[in-house]
Design a protein around this ligand. Structure first.
Ligand SMILES: Nc1nc2c(ncn2[C@@H]2O[C@H](COP(=O)(O)OP(=O)(O)OP(=O)(O)O)[C@@H](O)[C@H]2O)c(=O)[nH]1
Ligand SMILES: [Mg+2]
Length: 290
């Protein structure tokens, strides 16, 4: 029996959350083409042969002074130091300097280098990139190219991870998919719908607090508050005649229904909390505990 925690680390937009959902075969983590989507660690438990792999999704490594961003960075660093193995995700089109920075940060922690989104380049470009990384081949355990879009590399990645995991009894019931509760998953799915439907700074200055869930076997009633920094943002999220909020609700409900296999009743309301991204107390209220 083998078991261990495997942290997904990389810059914002590297494809960490997409990879986590793909490996789990369920969508529990929000994904966006906009960077800095993930704000908090999230565990997905994948059983592979005799191994229990607990993948830990993290916020992308980035630098920004705002307290919310400091929290995000801290989450990534905690995952980095608390795991048995690191997957460093580097989009194939990225400059190698991201990896070099990671090497400094991680101080020789064992890691697998994962080249993501290889569907974006042709074979010659992929080989050239691999060659470039080979100058650091004494630093990484293995290099694995993959594409979630084209469904390439899953088996090889899981096999490699299992190889490096320590012998250890399972940490969780093998039936369990995640240690997150339904509240946190619903919250992330609503956040994804917000990211998809509003632009500029609003995705980065809004968040979701699940106020209440009334669960039944076939229907979940979810009451969620969207918080924003400014009154003008509240107006934009609601939209003309409430159109934008309606669209966000519709998309979020679809994602939530796909996950829970239940009908979802979703009540969304928008509240202005000025300065929430810079206030420790407000961040802790949302569940972002330092
Ligand atoms: N072409 C292509 N796009 C991908 C692939 N994997 C992920 N993406 C896209 O990359 C974007 C970012 O994906 P995410 O999974 O949200 O990235 P992330 O690393 O979790 O980003 P943060 O949470 O912001 O740190 C999304 O638009 C994905 O659809 C892939 O294999 N191929
Ligand atoms: Mg993410």
């Amino acid at each position: 029996m083998k078991a261990g925690f495997v942290a997904l680390i990389g810059r914002p937009n590297a494809g960490k959350s997409t990879l986590l959902n793909w490996l789990l075969g369920e969508k529990i983590a929000m994904v966006s083409h906009k960077a800095q989507a993930t704000r908090k660690r999230l565990n997905a438990i994948v059983m592979y042969k005799d191994a229990q792999i607990i993948f830990v999704d993290t916020p992308g490594l980035h630098e920004k002074e705002r307290l919310l961003n400091q929290f995000m960075l801290q989450e990534a660093l905690k995952a980095l130091s608390d795991c048995e193995l690191i997957l460093f995700l580097a989009p194939v089109t990225d400059d190698i300097t991201y990896y070099e920075k990671f090497l400094e940060l991680s101080q020789n922690r064992p890691h697998i280098l994962v080249l993501t989104k290889i569907d974006l380049v042709d074979n010659a470009k992929l080989l050239a990139k691999i060659k470039e990384y080979q100058k650091y081949q004494d630093k990484f355990l293995e290099l694995i190219p993959l594409s979630v879009k084209k469904n390439i590399g899953k088996e090889e990645l899981l096999e490699t991870i299992a190889k490096y995991l320590p012998k250890h009894p399972y940490y969780y019931d093998p039936e369990l998919l995640t240690t997150e509760n339904i509240r946190d998953i619903y919250k992330e799915l609503i956040r994804e719908a917000i990211f998809e439907n509003v632009s500029d700074e609003i995705p980065y200055e809004s968040d979701v607090i699940i106020e209440k869930i009334e669960e039944s076997p076939t229907l979940d009633k979810v009451y969620a508050m969207i918080i924003v920094e400014k009154p003008s943002q509240k107006g934009i999220i609601i939209g003309k005649n409430g159109q934008t909020l309606k669209r966000i609700g519709k998309e979020a409900r679809k994602l939530m229904e796909e996950f829970s296999h239940k009908k979802i009743f979703l009540h969304l309301f928008v509240v202005v909390k000025k300065g929430w991204t810079k206030s420790k107390k407000e961040l802790e209220n949302i569940g972002y505990l330092f």
